[in-house]
Design a protein around this ligand. Structure first.
Ligand SMILES: C[S@@+](CC[C@H](N)C(=O)[O-])C[C@H]1O[C@@H](n2cnc3c(N)ncnc32)[C@H](O)[C@@H]1O
Length: 573
């Protein structure tokens, strides 16, 4: 390895600089990486296939005595299928739709919900119960014989989500035609007609509304994954039709599959204790999201939990335990993960006010410039040596910079005169936790300038002005204020701990919230964001916050750059 001090690289003292301890972690290497098991053990969220503050929901107790029983057929079915008496009730919970509330005062540590395995809709069951089962079995057999040759190991004929979506779409088509022969019918009948995810947005609107925002990448990933899944399923469906496996009245068109993907996006549960299996869990999927719930719930498969009457009890269930008390009528929430308001809007169809969401961020994408950086290959290699990819998303927040951002930027923007010094630079940045001088240039200053210019470019990318977006977002308050809450929407028939480092710098010109500013927006529920104008207002509110984050980051980077320059002048004197 080249000696840095004899070449262009000089290690500079870090005294007087903000702490530069190294804290690199791959934040969101893929915009659709599955939600990590956080404080809530199992989460509702995105699936593998798709990987390649809120304003706190209303704490008011819901009436439990007088309210009529919701979804009585569904609840009777649950009981018949082995869901024993539970201390939660299904209730209408305002903008959140239906939700589960405590039926009585519940102490800490109580098991709130216990769903037996027989009630979990798994990909394996979906494959067995699909009308295309013979074709899927043939695929599995072919894959198994290939896997003996190649060593590959999945026993499923298609990715989990494709199988689940295929069965859901089929059941929805059957129900719409009055065919009630599946045991899952009472469940499918209570699924929302429009899950409200990005898959329900008109394509033109996706491009229009999300232009300039990093959310466009998430939107592209979701719609792209749904499209490739359809490409995989379409020939299979065509074959099934040719073979007479699909009844005439089961259309199984792209729109049916898109609906199913929307249901999965907003309701699928990942079970860490069953190898991250993705399932649909009737009853458990009636839990709504609250950021506060992150500390309070543990929803996961428990192999020791007993379900069923004592004489016939079986072991193993999806269990929700709480580490807090509930009063009667209080809603029980889970966390869908530390998600920004935009991520919740695209994947779940509701939008908490971005200003009140502690997970609100601007995902800054950084990548080695393979087009015009002559050292691109070396940089890719140098990053790989430190376990880092050539492309990363860093969540910028109002409160500070994500750890590792400046080091990553310094490497991307450095142009060492001696190419091999790229490796030394990477070691100093990522292992030594120091920003060296490179050919006389301070790499910390380089990174700060790079950050500032990227913020400028990102701010220019928005098609609308801040003022217009503020007005649009404020309009949402009026748009939703008088909207009446509707009943449940129906399907078919009738219906990473983010590490932040405070950044020095003066406060930016971010305006304090005023009564009419978008900061006072309520959480927009799925019913509302299914309306195009409300969706536009919700996205405007997100753009406002993203720009505030960019402005503050830029101001802080500029201020810190000033400090770095002052410190350099002092050192020279
Ligand atoms: C897993 S389901 C929860 C049950 C759902 N409320 C229902 O009636 O079927 C997820 C959906 O619930 C709604 N939801 C969950 N948490 C919410 C929240 N904090 N605010 C508004 N809507 C919420 C959204 O429509 C989301 O797509």
């Amino acid at each position: 390895m080249t000696n840095p001090s004899r070449q262009g690289l000089t290690k500079t003292p870090v005294t007087g600089r903000p702490s530069l301890h190294l804290n690199i972690r791959p934040f969101t290497a893929s915009p659709l990486s599955p939600i990590r098991a956080g404080r809530c053990n199992a989460v509702l969220g995105l699936d593998r296939l798709f990987t390649g503050g809120s304003q706190s929901p209303s704490p008011q107790p819901v009436s439990i005595a007088s309210d009529p029983e919701l979804e009585p057929d569904f609840q009777a079915w649950l009981q018949g299928e082995g869901l024993s008496t539970q201390p939660l009730l299904l209730r209408q919970c305002g903008r959140e739709g239906r939700g589960l509330v405590a039926s009585r005062p519940l102490p800490r540590g109580e098991v709130l919900l216990r769903v037996p395995d027989s009630l979990l809709l798994t990909a394996e069951r979906a494959a067995e119960e699909s009308c295309l089962a013979p074709l899927l079995r043939a695929r599995s057999t072919a894959a198994a014989s290939n896997s003996t040759d190649s060593g590959a190991s999945s026993s499923l004929p298609l990715p989990e989500w494709s199988l689940l979506a295929l069965l859901l779409a089929e059941l929805r088509c059957r129900l719409a035609a009055g065919d009630r022969t599946s045991r899952w019918d009472p469940y499918v009948a209570v699924l929302p007609q429009r899950p409200g995810t990005i898959l329900d947005w008109p394509a033109k609107e996706v491009k229009q509304l999300l232009r300039g925002s990093p959310l466009i990448r998430l939107a592209d990933s979701i719609t792209g994954a749904a499209a490739s899944s359809w490409q995989e399923l379409e020939p299979l469906i065509a074959q099934g039709r040719k073979d007479g496996l699909i009844p005439e009245y089961v259309a199984l068109e792209k729109a049916d599959l898109d609906w199913a993907f929307g249901v999965l996006l907003s309701r699928c549960i990942r079970l860490p204790s069953r190898g991250d299996m993705q399932v649909l869990a009737p009853w458990a999927d009636l839990l709504n999201h609250d950021v506060e719930a992150e500390v309070g719930c543990h929803l996961d498969w428990d192999p020791a939990a007993e379900v069923g009457p004592p004489a016939e009890a079986v072991s193993g269930a999806l269990v929700l335990r709480s580490d807090r008390q509930y009063s009667a009528g209080q809603q029980v929430y889970v966390s869908y993960g530390p998600k920004s308001s935009g991520e919740l809007l695209l994947s779940y169809g509701f939008c908490p006010p971005p200003a009140a969401n502690p997970h609100q961020d601007y995902k800054l994408r950084l990548a080695v410039d393979r087009q015009s950086d002559p050292l691109a290959d070396l940089k890719v290699e140098a990053l790989a040596r430190h376990g880092l990819p050539a492309e990363l998303e860093f969540p910028l927040k109002l409160e500070g910079l994500p750890g590792g951002l400046l080091q990553y930027l310094a490497l991307l923007d450095a142009r060492p005169k001696v190419a091999q010094e790229t490796y030394d630079l990477a070691s100093l940045l990522f292992e030594g936790g120091t920003f060296p001088l490179l050919d006389g240039e301070d790499t910390l200053a380089l990174a700060l300038r790079g950050l500032s210019s990227r913020c400028t470019a990102a701010l220019k990318a928005y098609p609308t002005s801040m003022e217009i977006d503020q007005a649009l977002a404020a309009g949402a308050v009026a748009a939703v204020a008088n909207r009446q809450q509707r009943g449940p929407r129906r399907a078919a028939a009738a219906t990473t701990t983010t590490v932040t480092r405070p950044i020095a710098g003066p406060p930016t010109s971010v305006a304090p919230p005023s009564p009419t500013s978008p900061d006072s927006l309520p959480t927009l529920g799925t019913e509302e964001v299914c309306v195009s104008s409300v969706r536009a207002a919700a996205v405007a509110g997100i753009r406002v916050r993203e720009r505030q984050i960019l402005q503050r980051t830029q101001a802080a980077a500029t201020a810190q750059l000033g400090e770095v320059k002052r410190a350099a002048r002092t050192r020279r004197r």
